[in-house]
Design a protein around this ligand. Structure first.
Ligand SMILES: [Fe+2]
Length: 440
């Protein structure tokens, strides 16, 4: 790292270490670094990349400031530092695929650069390109072994790539190995939780997360997503009261420091909307739990930083019958598709907009429209990013509408989709059991 300040270098090192280990304690270290050396270009780049990772349009001025500060001192920096600035420059204008190509270049020269591996996975996950992500982690895997620092983090990243590309056995093995190396590794715990939900191992899922929950005190928002995963296991077992308890005490507990600091972080908004809708599809009264989500969503209608999150914004607005705001969101997304020159615009067009319209139509009871929207777009929904387990929400809506219309022919197709997404027993799952039963 190019800086004359040892204090600044140590603080950025700590920032990166904590970021890689899913700790919440990130920004104070960056502040220390940039105070010690205000011309620390790589420090500014890391700051910009972390802010970009929060996927919030409100951070754009800060990201642009960080990028400008980094570029101002670029000429004295190493080639690798300059590549990080280039990745930030691309990401900041929505050229996500371009930024990933930069990370691939870094990894070609420095295959154990864990920051590049991790950032490329984050970017690719949120545009649905997990095959690409698995290629990247597969390419660097031979350079890793237990003697390389933070080996477990490489394993947990690799495990999730393998899970999302349906190599479940290896994913589970590596995820468990990562957690053995470091019990606080929430990303390894997460990869295994995904394997367990895909394979219908709900009791094991509850036991797995219950056994690890004491290790998460310093973790970032990923811990709340793990509680969301735990809700999924209880939901499948029909334990709706347990889901509501965990929702209130963890997933959307606004008193938790994580949610106090940033109540509308994209992953937390997804967790909330997704779990409430799943409960309602099972006939559970969720009371006024949608309201706080809606209050946060109405401020984000013009935010197009995350295609998958915007689809959840539509879910929230429809659930609270803010149909005018939902229309505003749709108009804003259409406008974005027309003018965006980056990676995300087309994804809003083929995936987010139909998913959002379908969520709105479902809430209005327009089941034919849900079918008309999702049957042609369902094979493109992966492009809005997220995991198979998360995108399942929109297939649940499609199955529900097809079932209500008495369209057994379509239910049968959707069950094939769910199997293709990697779920072991689609017809046995709680959201598909009833539609599946109508086939006999
Ligand atoms: Fe997940």
């Amino acid at each position: 790292m190019t800086t004359d300040s040892a204090e600044a270098a140590t603080a950025v090192d700590k920032t990166i270490h904590n970021f890689l280990h899913w700790k919440a304690d990130i920004l104070p270290h960056l502040k220390v670094a940039l105070k010690a050396d205000p011309d620390f270009g790589f420090g500014h780049a890391v700051n910009g990349l972390i802010l970009h990772g929060a996927r919030n349009i409100g951070f754009r001025p800060k990201i642009e400031h960080a990028l400008a500060a980094a570029k101002a001192v670029e000429s004295g920096m190493t080639q690798r530092e300059r590549l990080y600035i280039k990745a930030l420059e691309q990401a900041a204008v929505g050229k996500i695929a371009d930024s990933v190509a930069v990370y691939e270049t870094i990894l070609a020269h420095y295959p154990t650069d864990l920051l590049a591996q991790r950032l490329s996975q984050m970017e690719l996950f949120w545009i649905g390109e997990m095959r690409w992500s698995a290629e990247i982690s597969g390419r660097v895997a031979s350079h890793w072994n237990k003697d390389v620092a933070s080996y477990g983090v490489h394993l947990s990243c690799r495990a999730f790539d393998l899970e999302e590309t349906h190599r479940f056995d290896e994913a589970e093995r590596l995820g468990r190995q990562a957690v053995e190396i470091d019990p606080t590794d929430v990303w390894g715990a997460h990869a295994v939780a995904h394997v367990l939900i895909m394979q219908g191992r709900y009791d094991e899922g509850v036991a797995w997360l219950d056994g690890l929950k004491h290790n998460w005190a310093d973790a970032n928002q990923m811990v709340l997503h793990l509680w969301w995963h735990r809700c999924l296991f209880h939901l499948e077992r029909g334990e709706f009261d347990a889901v509501l308890d965990l929702y209130d005490s963890w997933v959307r507990n606004r008193e938790l420091p994580l949610l106090k600091a940033m109540p509308d972080l994209y992953i937390d908004m997804q967790n909330g909307a997704s779990m409430l809708l799943r409960l309602e599809l099972r006939g559970v009264d969720v009371g006024n739990r949608w309201d706080e989500l809606a209050e946060l969503t109405v401020k984000r209608l013009e935010d197009h930083t995350s295609p998958f999150t915007s689809a959840h914004f539509a879910v929230i607005l429809a659930a609270t019958r803010h149909f005018d705001k939902a229309e505003q969101l749709l108009r804003s997304m259409h406008e974005f598709v027309l003018h965006d020159t980056g990676t995300l615009g087309p994804r809003f067009g083929v995936a987010t907009i139909p998913a959002a319209e379908a969520a709105i139509a479902h809430r209005r009871g327009e089941h034919q429209r849900v079918v008309d929207l999702l049957m042609p777009s369902r094979q493109m929904l992966w492009q809005m990013g997220g995991s198979h387990a998360q995108r399942d929400l929109f297939f649940l809506l499609l199955a529900d509408s097809a079932h209500r219309l008495g369209r057994q022919d379509l239910v049968s197709i959707v069950l094939d989709d769910i199997a293709a997404a990697g779920f072991t027993d689609p017809a046995g799952r709680i959201g598909y059991r009833q539609p599946a039963a109508s086939l006999h």
